[in-house]
Design a binder for this molecule. Sequence first.
Ligand SMILES: Nc1nc2c(c(=O)[nH]1)N[C@H]1C(S)=C(S)[C@@H](COP(=O)(O)OP(=O)(O)OC[C@H]3O[C@@H](n4cnc5c(=O)[nH]c(N)nc54)[C@H](O)[C@@H]3O)O[C@H]1N2
Ligand SMILES: Nc1nc2c(c(=O)[nH]1)N[C@H]1C(S)=C(S)[C@@H](COP(=O)(O)OP(=O)(O)OC[C@H]3O[C@@H](n4cnc5c(=O)[nH]c(N)nc54)[C@H](O)[C@@H]3O)O[C@H]1N2
Ligand SMILES: [Mo]
Length: 761
Amino acid sequence: MSDKLKFEPNEAPAGGWGALNATAKVLRHQRTMVKGGRSLLAMNQPDGFDCPGCAWPDPKHTSSFEFCENGAKAVAWETTEKRVTPEFFAKWTVTELDQQSDYWLEDQGRLTDPMRYDKATDKYVPVSWNDAFALIGRELRALEDPNQAEFYASGRASNEAAFLYQLFARLYGTNNLPDCSNMCHEPTSVGLPNSMGLGKGTIVLEDFEHTDAIFIIGQNPGTNSPRMMTELHNASRRGVPIVVFNPLKERALVRFANPQDPIEMATGGSTRIASEFCQIKVGGDVAALKGIMKLVIEADDAARASGQPAVLDWTFIEEHTIGFEALAEDLRLTKWDEILEVSGLPYDQLVRVAQIYMNAKSVIACYGMGVTQHVLGSDNVQQVANLLFLRGNIGRKGAGINPVRGHSNVQGARTVGVDEKPSKALLDQMGRIFDFEPPREHGHNVVHALEAMIEGTCKIFIGLGGNFVAAVPDTPRAIAAMRKLRLTVAITTKLNRGHVVHGEEALILPCLARSEIDFQESGPQSITVEDSMSFVHASGGLHVPASENLKSEIAIVCGMARATLLNTRIDWKAFEDDYDLIRDRIEAVFTNIFKDFNTRIRRPGGFRLPNSATDRIWRTPSGKAQFNVFKGVDENPQVPHAEMLRMSTVRSHDQYNTTIYSMDDRYRGVYGSRMVVFMNKEDMAARGIEPGGPIELEALNNDGIERKLRNFTALAYDIPRGSIASYYPETNALIAVSYNDQKCQTPASKSVPVLVRAMAS
Ligand SMILES: Nc1nc2c(c(=O)[nH]1)N[C@H]1C(S)=C(S)[C@@H](COP(=O)(O)OP(=O)(O)OC[C@H]3O[C@@H](n4cnc5c(=O)[nH]c(N)nc54)[C@H](O)[C@@H]3O)O[C@H]1N2
Ligand SMILES: Nc1nc2c(c(=O)[nH]1)N[C@H]1C(S)=C(S)[C@@H](COP(=O)(O)OP(=O)(O)OC[C@H]3O[C@@H](n4cnc5c(=O)[nH]c(N)nc54)[C@H](O)[C@@H]3O)O[C@H]1N2
Ligand SMILES: [Mo]
């Protein structure tokens, strides 16, 4: 075991004083005690700013401060007093910066000035905003084909910035709008429309108060959407059964002490969360869901045969769905030995879970990356919908589907048009409102963009937020591909890998963060965001910006557009001066859903976008909700190798995607290093690996490219045999670009086939 690494599994509940202590520590580390503290009080309040941490909605009827450890970390890292100035860049060559860790890069603080890469000195040097925009305009205009440019977006950008960004890309002539949701909830956007005519969740926060059972599948709310714990804590207190499917016994899903609860805080008490913890094998969810549905259908057969009340909601099935017969037939034929083998769950447990499902009048099913990031991720998502349809658990109080989104505005960016596969209707409307002929050919998603870079057909990469090169699969190939580009542009707040891995020409364009005052010609501006439950609300910053030389994302997009589209009739300057004008245009394009946008956004709490499935309106070709049959029980192709293990790449408690807050993962008991692999003891023994011993990982792919990582440490952990877990992005090098969801190319980061070997220590 490396000197720095400590492994001390603990059984303590999540949350509680540990969470408060961790918050104080991060505020101190970022030297933002006062400002960070003040920010926390203004976060998610009607007149404050939206937490940049996650997309979980805010309770409507509280005005009190809702504590969230990881929201606090996100804000502390944004409001940090540390700065990355031109003097900083003068000290370091880019080659030297590239030697530093991801943690170190982001920890240097906020970017203060626009910078341009200078080949002669291998350093970033200051550049004026105008020169930076002019360079982008020149380079974009010089491309033979607009499809040689990629316009990437990460889900932090506001609706207004995202809307203008996609407009800019399409006016320029491409639909190449890869975005972070291509690596995240794309299987939701692709799978659910087929099931229910809408690619979003159907519940609102209040549904948790009326539900009778909650399923949490492949999601780690204690770390990734901590405010959801308030709902789970309250539900558990009400005696609501909570069923969890997760290969790892995540602490917060076992027991949680709510920092909001004075009694628990004073007495050191805590509340159990999962009433049934299904420690499933990686990639076993379809098998488990099919097993549960099989039991429910059999129970209905039996009940009806003996004259008992039906178990299924036949009124719902007959009135609202199609495809039930095919589903039932497939489930009847699905064999128990396969279900049990692939899920790794005992039969008795599946019987108990089916019972919980059948006893509950209303059920909410929440899911995250453990469901989406598989080769058949989109199909996996549809099985969650199937389960809910069986008893009419959609579009009624206390029931529904809840895909828990990642980035705080990833859902909104999609709603306002960041979509590489735009519908004809969207393009027609965009063309009509802005008087141009949009490109019709579908553009690149993240995997297609990466492939184009690797092949050399892509020349320019622009990133509106995010950290593409670190977030995508196949790290070494992604890095090499990025370096071949003609121009890379990073519109960001903090230094990251995407700045030190760059094209021949490179720009860093630093932008305002959400917690900062955005002052334009017409006065202070607010932006809008959409949360996981389709609520759109305004967000306005309160801090003095990190530097006088920052621009808002909107101003940057307008600057790039003006410098690129020389004949444009669009008044980009007017948009930049007054964001109300952008919202008017969003309303003009999306007439129905954003009606009276500027008026409604000024109401505290904003408004909810129409959600057809909540109203039991099914915008599918048949006009009905669709049961989708999943053939077999394998979410991932079989790999013919007896030694193969399925590796799931997950987040630690101290990271925000590629932003690493520290080397610790308190809830899993790992301190000081992230180069670890969680393994079952018996899998270790079978390979002659000592606990804490050094290991080598090798990906099993069929593209002939060797992908290996060495010097990781094996930790003996409570995880099913055959499954292992490691951290993202450290193990992204093992994921082939081509290893992804067949329907939407979301990298299958939760089911990577690998071999693990002991190394000589
Ligand atoms: N603090 C913090 N908050 C975040 C983020 C962050 O990095 N840090 N990221 C944001 C983003 S962009 C997103 S998308 C969300 C991500 O939030 P989550 O969806 O919670 O993401 P992960 O941590 O990747 O993994 C989720 C869980 O799936 C489990 N799992 C792994 N494989 C499987 C499987 O095959 N089946 C099942 N049932 N479970 C499995 C893992 O053990 C883990 O507990 O969080 C958002 N919020
Ligand atoms: N193996 C593996 N890979 C994964 C995943 C996984 O679970 N496993 N998860 C995938 C998922 S779900 C996602 S969403 C992607 C994440 O992919 P990205 O969204 O591309 O990555 P982030 O790490 O969230 O981006 C961090 C950077 O955003 C910039 N930033 C922060 N705030 C702002 C802001 O307000 N404005 C702007 N313009 N920039 C800002 C900062 O400079 C910071 O360095 O990664 C994916 N990759
Ligand atoms: Mo995400």
